[in-house]
Design a protein around this ligand. Sequence first.
Ligand SMILES: C[S@@+](CC[C@H](N)C(=O)[O-])C[C@H]1O[C@@H](n2cnc3c(N)ncnc32)[C@H](O)[C@@H]1O
Length: 264
Amino acid sequence: MDEFQALLQTIQRLFGIQCTSYKEDYIKRRLASRMNARHIKTYKEYQEFLLQNKDEHEPLKNALTINVTKFFRDTPVYETLRSEIFPPILRQRKKLRLWSAGCSSGEEPYSYAIMLYDTTTIMKDVDWMITATDIDEVILKRAREGIYEKSSLEFVTESQLRRHFKALDDGRYEIKPHIKEKVRFQHHDLMTSVPISRNFDIISCRNVTIYFSDKQKNDLVKMFHQGLSPGGFYVMGMSEFLGREVESYFSTYKPLQKIFVRKD
Ligand SMILES: C[S@@+](CC[C@H](N)C(=O)[O-])C[C@H]1O[C@@H](n2cnc3c(N)ncnc32)[C@H](O)[C@@H]1O
């Protein structure tokens, strides 16, 4: 086995991340950024360094999975869901299930929860719940804690901040329990091609697939098709595209916001 493969095996053993499923170029670039930061020249040297230095684990994991996110990132997408998509589902079905796939530290699912909470305060007997998943256990722990720096709240309004966050003494903000209890976090690897359930009304998987190969992206779209109930919505990242091979699985609802509807 060469040095690069040996390093990938160590990464899989330490973090449970299967680098072999990702594009090799992508992994090599991410590893290079960490190796440069530590002034290390060979994969073998970096593998030894990783085994001996626990403080390299977190930065490497972040470099490989890129957890960057924000509350209400890409506001037009949230606005479309709030005004056009949530109300008819809630009115007609009295029930809404949303899956935030690749949820990182929780900003995305909590943003949806804030909007659904506000939408349903004037509705009677509606049942809604959000399932949020990620491959990274450490980031999921942070998501469950629900404590955020002011910088991630740029698009949260004053009123939302007052009603749904508690200001902490150290200047950070914690999501209040009435929002926290509506989001269920669980570990899930999107490469496994198995949906966590098959009755979602909306699946949001945004800014997750940048390092997936075309085949992995297509498999993911087919998996989401299985995970949605008839007429369900699939929300992609603003700079992501539906591959030609899977175009027939969805019709476009909002091309700019990358919102699609499941075809039967
Ligand atoms: C850039 S964040 C996106 C967060 C949020 N969806 C947003 O758009 O703001 C990408 C997340 O995808 C997760 N991720 C990467 N590969 C994954 C996989 N195979 N299965 C599940 N989650 C994955 C990463 O751990 C990271 O938290």
